[in-house]
Design a protein around this ligand. Structure first.
Ligand code: E4P
Length: 214
């Protein structure tokens, strides 16, 4: 499973990029708003840090506006992926981008039927939001598993990008059900490294080494 960082904060991206485990970045209008910068500036800088798919979301809600805005975003860098909402207009725009060889990430997916429509129109990525489904008492992971089954049944090549990941267990479960990508905040990536037995074991090794060499 690929790991994307879900943020617009470039210092976080620089920090995580050093670990060598980050394959791409996703942003959304809320994450860009937190930076206090323009989307174009942020995306340009991210593209200089990470050589992988970088999702930038359109603000327009009509197909024509999405195409216009997305086509401009795509000019920023060859790695830019156009993020479109899962609406009738977004799915129509998705078809235009896939017909024109531009990668897309269809976002705000909460059902297998929505994921089916995105795949039909050639989405590069589908983003089911795990955490937001869990928040309302549904199972985000069941949705990932269902989409995996449907895409495998019909040979759809759209990648399942598990989004709205909130903690390490989401990552573990997404790995087990076969998500292609997981996008997560930096604190979740940091959590993947951690195990108390690793920390305790290292502390003991270093203490024993120091004792033997004192
Ligand atoms: C990523 O593409 C999504 O925008 C993001 O994962 C949403 O996460 P949230 O539900 O924690 O805001």
């Amino acid at each position: 499973m690929e790991i994307f960082l879900d943020t617009g904060m470039v210092d976080e991206i620089r920090e995580a990029a050093k670990w060598g485990v980050i394959d791409g970045v996703t942003t959304n209008p809320s994450l860009i708003a937190k930076t206090g910068r323009t989307q174009e500036d942020v995306i340009k800088e991210i593209c200089d840090i990470v050589d992988g798919p970088i999702s930038a979301e359109v603000i327009a809600t009509d197909t024509e506006g999405m195409i216009k805005e997305g086509a401009e975003l795509a000019k920023i860098h060859k790695n830019v992926v156009i993020k479109l909402p899962l609406t009738e207009d977004g799915i129509a725009a998705c078809k235009w981008f896939s017909d024109n060889g531009i990668k897309t990430n269809v976002t705000l997916c909460f059902s297998v039927n929505q994921a089916f429509l995105a795949a039909k129109n050639g989405a590069t990525y589908i983003s089911p939001f795990i955490g937001r489904l869990d928040d309302i008492g549904h199972s985000g992971m069941d949705l990932i598993e269902e989409i995996r089954t449907v895409y495998d049944n019909y040979g759809f090549t759209t990648k399942i990008l598990a989004a709205s990941i909130r903690h390490s267990s989401h990552v573990r479960e997404a790995l087990l059900v076969g998500a292609d990508v997981g996008t997560m905040p930096i604190n979740v990536v940091k959590g993947l490294f951690k195990h108390p037995l690793t920390a305790n074991g290292l502390e003991q090794f270093l203490a024993d080494h120091a004792k033997a060499n004192s």
